[in-house]
Design a protein. Sequence first.
Length: 143
Amino acid sequence: MKYIEYKKDYKYQLFKEYTTNIQIKQDNDIKTNYIKLSPEGIIVIKKGYAWDGPSGPAIDTLNFMRGSLVHDALYQLMRNDELDKVKFKDSADRLLQRMCKEDGMSSLRAWGVYQALKYTGNKATHSKNKKPVINAPKPCQNL
């Protein structure tokens, strides 16, 4: 039987590749289907990358979107054990705070975003929280 494989719970899809320089630097290149991170801190998020935007009770505002894109990509690398979560989680959270402020978010709200991630974001970096691949139609679920 022919089937599809997909993942759910994504709200946004990147229409154009996004590249920026970040302060997260490791010894090796990381390359996935949608994310590249160089040792110099250049992150490239490719067209078609899907992410869920700001998480939790957060409101999806324009001053939150760019930061949530980069932050979600970094957390995905951590979940996939390609980026050290112990070493880089706080840096990723601080980067989100900084990017939100650069994009016009109030300092108070950006600080609240950082605090929320500081205390609740750990589970999102663990490999056991990868989004599962789902097969469809239903008879293909046990493949």
